[in-house]
Design a protein around this ligand. Sequence first.
Ligand SMILES: [Fe+2]
Length: 278
Amino acid sequence: MREAVDDHWYPVGLLSGLEDTRKTLLLGREIAVGRNGAGVFVRDAAGRALPTVARFGHLWTSPGQPTRDLFTIPEADTPGRQLVDVGSVRVKCSPLRAVENFLDIAHFPFVHTDILGAEPHTEVERYQVDIREEVDEVWATEVKFFQPQAARSAEGGIKTEYMYRVPAPTCAVLYKTCPPRPGEWDVITLFVQPLTEEWCEVWPWMALYDDQSTMAEMVSFQQMIFMQDRSILENQIPRKLPLDPGMEVPTQADMTSVAYRRWLKRIGYTYGAQLVAA
Ligand SMILES: [Fe+2]
């Protein structure tokens, strides 16, 4: 049986940032998030306790009845990584648009110019995309792209290899070539809290091998990247993510996006989505 929108897990705060009670929205409904003598808590507007999971530096909750555990990222548990709480960015866009933008490589040279991409290296080579039925996730692999500065620790341009994974409707995980550790992947995630269908709190989180940068430097690098995305995201039309094929023309670079939309439609996840052409 498919999970309803309410039955998924959602990020609602940084574990390191929970002190008193903070009010926020989840799927258009007010919740209270915080920490007291008994531990962390999330309550709905009626004061009922919602289930919680503490993982990847964040507190997660669900307003429904989750039938599955929150996904795992085994790579992020390997020792020696810097676990980076990037913080949050509020964006006036559909939570699904925020995830889709994170999956899109083609925008790198134009939005993150001279950092994650640069002209004339704008071509996206053919890569693999599939919906893995056994785990119910979208995966893109063998993605390769030229980057002038792939990470804060990178010196000079390199061809970076990526994998993208969508383990939940409002979460995406990016695995990327790790310059100081060949053979390992850096992990960069985007956890999106749907405040409403057209407004979200984005919580990026990273598990990196980086012995050179300070925590503050890694946070500000990622925040700078995300601020470049924000203005693009807030100007997308339609504001909700269209799920019907043909509403936006797919190109090679959009294959991950096409799979993501198809998967959302298949699992019936429609919060923040537009189903019929306006
Ligand atoms: Fe971006």
